[in-house]
Design a protein around this ligand. Structure first.
Ligand SMILES: [Zn+2]
Length: 255
């Protein structure tokens, strides 16, 4: 089965290309299937052979074949990131069903992160279906090892909601500001439906740690000011992906 991570990587490149389309179109309320990809600058339809993930970007030296204006480096980076995450699921899980379930999970988290960075909003068009899919697929989800999986999945869903409500309440009481939005609540409910209550705990822990480090780093480097808003979704998404991929590593600290 050693070829599966390679299949995952190549499929992940294609899924990453789809993620780029979704990040651009979902917040604008346009269809994610029609029309085919356009250059965002000159609106010329992109020919299929100019739309091959990562490779086309290199061949075209990062500019549109039609108008020669620059294509953001983010497009190939999103494709590579999705490919690495997807290959990771096939290395991590022996069960094909579980690897496929998390392929959907990873793709959705990449889209959510991209939209949150651009628009500071967790798109409910992604987070709601993700919750439903997490619960519906729990029967096949081998990441959930204990108990009846459906119950554990629903428990994770509820703990995601509860945890963010508590953090919101604490943020208001202590810092007098909203620490977390309702978008984060939906995101954590979705994460919990795939990972159970333990996954909610670890995702928040890793996400907050990474978010604080990044926040301090950006303040020191002068990229942001103290009161500036940093979207938290990408850090939560990274926390969830890292926790599921490297569960044993994290559990070696606390069980
Ligand atoms: Zn163009």
């Amino acid at each position: 089965m050693c070829y599966l991570p390679a299949v995952g990587f190549v499929s992940g490149l294609v899924l990453g290309s789809f993620a780029n389309v979704c990040i651009w179109r979902i917040p604008r309320g346009s269809s994610i299937v029609k029309p085919s990809s356009l250059c965002p600058k000159c609106l010329t339809p992109i020919k299929w052979y100019h739309n091959i993930p990562v490779i086309s970007y290199i061949m075209l030296r990062g500019s549109c074949a039609e108008c020669s204006r620059g294509i953001s480096l983010r497009y190939p980076l999103v494709e590579l990131l999705t490919a690495l995450i997807t290959a990771g699921w096939f290395l991590r899980f022996e069960s094909l069903e579980t690897a496929l379930i998390f392929t959907v999970f990873g793709l959705a988290l990449v889209i959510i992160s991209g939209v949150d960075i651009d628009y500071r909003v967790i798109p409910p068009q992604v987070s709601y279906p993700l919750m439903a899919f997490g619960i519906a697929s729990s029967y096949f989800n081998e990441f959930i090892s204990s108990g009846p999986r459906l119950i554990y999945s629903v428990a994770g869903f509820l703990s995601g909601i509860l945890a963010i409500l508590i953090l919101r309440f604490a943020g208001r009481a202590v810092f007098k500001k909203e620490a977390m939005g309702l978008g984060d609540l939906k995101l954590m409910a979705a994460v919990g439906s795939f990972t159970g209550p333990a996954g909610v705990f670890w995702t928040l822990f890793i996400g907050s740690f990474a978010g604080s480090l990044a926040g301090i780093g950006m303040q020191i480097s002068g990229k942001i000011k103290k009161r500036d808003y940093i979207p938290f979704g990408p850090f939560l998404a990274a926390g969830a992906v890292l926790y599921v991929l490297f569960t044993d590593f994290f559990h070696s600290f606390i069980r």
